[in-house]
Design a protein around this ligand. Structure first.
Ligand SMILES: CC(C)(COP(=O)(O)OP(=O)(O)OC[C@H]1O[C@@H](n2cnc3c(N)ncnc32)[C@H](O)[C@@H]1OP(=O)(O)O)[C@@H](O)C(=O)NCCC(=O)NCCS
Length: 147
């Protein structure tokens, strides 16, 4: 498995993963994101198959925001999510960004577990964050420069 930059021909496979991973969909967001911020759109692939993606951008001078992360169902629990997350964090570090932030559904135990393991700390809860009324947990991680 390798992690590389997203290319427009990956779009359909990324959307397939997005459709099975999330309940709220907005395909245009993905293409817009790529147009605005192609560097922060990474995919995990094996052969010519896309098996996961992550998107992140500089949200403030010293802060990077992880906007979306998902792994194809049959490829989950094999370290792909962790590799994607580490790749975007490395990119943030290379850009001199000092902290990373993200939001996660309060019921998404698996993702929360993964973020905790990777030293993200739950900072606060945004009530009614999602359109179905679920709360979002805002998590942050301090980044030290890559050695
Ligand atoms: C969350 C998600 C990205 C994780 O990707 P993954 O490739 O399955 O995760 P990994 O195999 O890299 O595992 C990373 C960590 O997740 C946790 N984890 C994995 N499977 C788990 C499970 N079944 N239950 C609880 N924690 C689990 C572990 O902490 C694991 O670390 P470890 O292997 O050192 O124990 C993936 O499940 C996914 O796409 N989910 C749907 C979309 C989503 O929820 N995205 C996040 C939105 S904020």
């Amino acid at each position: 498995m390798i992690v590389r930059n997203f290319m427009p021909q990956d779009f359909e496979q990324v959307l397939t993963i997005e459709m099975e991973a999330f309940t709220e969909h907005n395909p245009f967001v993905y293409m817009n994101f790529y147009e605005m911020n192609d560097e922060g759109f990474l995919v995990a692939t094996t052969g010519n198959k896309v098996i996961g993606f992550v998107m992140g951008y500089r949200s403030e001078t010293n802060e990077g925001r992880i906007f979306s992360l998902a792994v194809k169902k049959e490829w989950q629990n094999r370290g792909v999510g962790k590799k994607l997350l580490n790749s975007i964090l490395d990119l943030f570090k290379d850009e001199g960004i000092r902290s990373a932030t993200l939001e996660v559904r309060s019921s998404n135990d698996k993702a929360i577990q993964m973020y905790r393991k990777m030293d993200f700390i739950a900072c606060w809860i945004e009530h009614d964050y999602y359109s179905d009324g679920e709360s979002g947990i805002i998590m942050k991680k301090q980044l030290s420069p890559r050695s």
